[in-house]
Write a new protein. Sequence first.
Length: 389
Amino acid sequence: MVLLSANIDPVVSKFVLLSAIIILVGFVLRLLKQPSIVTYMIVGVIVGPLGFGVITDENLITNLGSLGLVLLLFFIGMEIHLPNLIANWRVSILGTALQVIFSIAIIWALGFYLNWKMNQIIMIGFVISLSSTAVILKLLQEQDELQTKLGQNVLGILLAQDILIVPMLIILGYLGGKQPTSAESIKQIIGGIMIISVIAYILKNKEIKLPFRTAIAKDHEMQVFVAFTLCFGFALLTAYLELSAALGAFIGGIVLSSAKSTQWVHDSLSAFKVFFVALFFVSIGMLIDLQFIYNHLLTIGILVTLVLIINSGINALVMKPFSEDWKTSIYAGVMLSQIGEFSFILGLISYQSGIIHDYAYQIIISTISLTLLLSPLWISIVKRFLYRS
């Protein structure tokens, strides 16, 4: 008889160890009333190659973690009532436009004093203007605030930002000397037309009837594969069209929501979502280089503090016309205070195109990671201050 231990895949053993560490750290942080996001990122710091080196294959965790972001947006799409979201377009479009303009203006004022180049000013303005879809949606869900007016306003801003990442990447390509090919531009135009067409069709017909709904109603195994195909099929399509894969998953979720077929999808993919979303945040934690942060503690500490405060202020001002009072607008602003996960992509593109170099890239990565890690605590502190009895 062959011993079972001799056949254990090392990847499996690492995932088991990772799960055990999540349980232990999560238990401690639950006692401290910290959200699960913080648990996952701290575990990433602990197990990553820059920590104790339990897991050194960053690409594996990052690739699996990217599935978590896709699944998260897919599930959010299923909870969205599209007519209400469209009716709230002023928040999404005007709010996001003002947010980006204010961010670039503040960085321009700072960059003018520090003699930064214009392409660096625009890049940093783009980076700090994006908030974290994954962090905020997870917090809104955990605090049961997603369906509130505040939650819907914040969601509108986040979705507009996710769409805006495409023109931002194009602009940074130009600033770095790279121009998109005609094929890439055509794909993006086709993708935009397709998304608008799907949204227009749903708004006109109110409900979509899926042809396979009756056939798989009692076949749980088939439901899993159908749900998986719908989620990642939409994601792959938009990724192929040079748009965000997460945006495609969100559209897929909206389609299912319009088809009134969300319950069996929830039942089929919920466990996958929990696991892969956890891996996404673990992959963020693995990017945090404690040694680099220690060596540049003052610089990074000042930047993280400024980002949280400035972003909170900018977003509070932007959200005020769409909020009932200053407390709500400030709370919404604080929700959007961290730098988002898509800013890692902007930083990488800027580094590869020569807009920034090694030191600046490491500073940006460290600052983004720490704002993601600290934002739940920052949000909790401000919320308690605003709504203390």
